[in-house]
Write a protein that binds this ligand. Structure first.
Ligand code: HEC
Length: 109
């Protein structure tokens, strides 16, 4: 993702905001965080049985951190996604989508 938004491609007619160029490191951190979650989920899918097991489910108390602004991606206290239930990893991925779009993607009709 980091390579797909070079300087000069930001702003109209793209929905990619010029803020990407101003906050490269934050954009890249979000992209890398999403990548690490997606890799963990993909690995888990490779090993998954046909049905949904208890181990894939989120446990009570695993919050999604529902603030619209979200928490910062890639925090040091983040757990290892390869050890999380797949459902939780998936929710964390969606949080990365929202976090990045909120700051770096232009709202269009
Ligand atoms: C690191 C930042 C970032 C992350 C993370 C991210 N996106 Fe995006 N996304 C963007 C930007 C920027 C655009 C606008 C691209 C453009 O218009 O050129 C976009 C556009 C899109 C679009 C519209 C594409 C189109 O053809 O107009 C979809 C759909 C989308 N994202 C889905 C997702 C999903 C689903 C996730 C999570 C799995 C995700 N994105 C994660 C930055 C991100």
């Amino acid at each position: 993702m980091v390579d797909e938004f070079p300087a000069g491609s930001l702003g109209e007619p793209s929905a990619a905001k010029v803020e990407i160029g101003l906050s490269r490191e934050e954009f890249a951190a979000l992209a890398r965080h999403l990548e690490s979650l997606a890799t963990a989920l993909s690995d888990a899918a490779d090993d998954a049985p046909d049905g949904i097991t208890e181990a894939m489910r989120m446990k009570p108390g695993m919050t999604m951190g529902s603030s619209l602004l979200g928490k910062r991606a890639g925090g040091a206290a983040e757990d290892d996604p390869s050890k999380m239930p797949a459902e939780h990893v998936f929710h964390l991925m969606l949080q990365d989508c929202t976090n990045c779009h909120a700051k770096f993607r232009e709202k269009r009709q």
